[in-house]
Design a protein around this ligand. Structure first.
Ligand code: PGA
Length: 250
């Protein structure tokens, strides 16, 4: 049976108080699609205001520190994020893996910290263009996944993977349906190897230049259980057609 689709927006470093109305518009419109889980991962400082503005709608963060508390200037723990009203967080986004030099070990520790305090996780993996062109995309992403996965999925918090080819993020370029299908099938096999039957229930999202115009084709691919959406998640007018496509795909 197909998993319920998850469409999550990643606002990255976008969003001010004046954008709360857009979050409300997305939350309100999403109520028409109870067959899809919809979430918005907003800048940390907006989490509390967003969560108060849209009770019952899933607001998430974009990163957490792996420690519960301590001398980590400028960082935010998973407990703090939950306390502010987040129900999930992204970890291991390629922009952090690259700019903040986050390792697989760190990403794994962040995922474990979030899950252990009941915060859902979207863990990102993906290859560079160089790796794709060398024909190593699947092996490289499998290795990244294996090294980043939390040890156990015990607990209530939701755990999802986002496959985001780095060259597709914000570029308007998207892999072919066959390339997405090949990667998602490989990731599904790795998840089952890691978690037995529960690996079959982990949603695998595709991310990278998802738009209303290409969402239906992407959601039709086997093992694509939703999307992580950057640029097209900032406005309800761009984001809702993606949610509608996920609902239509079932
Ligand atoms: P994009 O970003 O949809 O703007 O390509 C996706 C992401 O980085 O999560």
């Amino acid at each position: 049976m197909a998993l319920k689709k998850l469409v999550a927006g990643n606002w990255k470093m976008h969003g001010l108080s004046s954008d709360i109305g857009e979050i409300q518009a997305i939350a309100e419109a999403s109520r028409q699609y109870p067959q899809v889980d919809v979430a918005l991962c907003v800048p940390t400082i907006l989490i509390e205001r967003a969560a108060r503005a849209v009770p019952g709608f899933a607001i998430g963060g974009q990163d957490v520190h792996h420690a519960e508390k301590g001398a980590h200037t400028g960082c935010v723990s998973a407990h703090m994020m939950r306390d502010a009203g987040a129900v999930l967080t992204i970890v291991g986004h390629s922009e952090r893996r690259e700019a903040q030099r986050e390792s697989n070990d760190q990403v794994k520790a962040k995922a474990e910290a979030a899950l252990s305090c009941g915060l859902g996780v979207i863990l990102c993996v993906g290859e560079t263009l160089e790796v794709r062109e060398a024909g190593d995309a699947v092996a490289s992403v499998e290795a990244q996944l294996d090294a980043s996965l939390p040890r156990t999925l015990a607990g209530e918090a939701d755990f999802a993977i986002a496959y985001e080819p780095i060259w597709a993020i914000g570029s308007g370029k998207v892999p072919t349906a066959a390339e997405i299908g090949e990667m998602h099938a490989a990731l599904r096999r790795r998840l089952i190897a890691a978690y037995d039957d529960s690996g079959g229930d982990v949603r695998i999202l595709y991310g990278g230049s998802v738009k209303g115009s290409n969402a239906a084709e992407i959601f039709a691919v086997a093992n694509v259980d939703g999307a992580l959406v950057g640029g097209a998640s900032l406005k309800a007018a761009d984001f809702m057609p993606i949610v509608a496509a996920a609902a239509a795909a079932g």
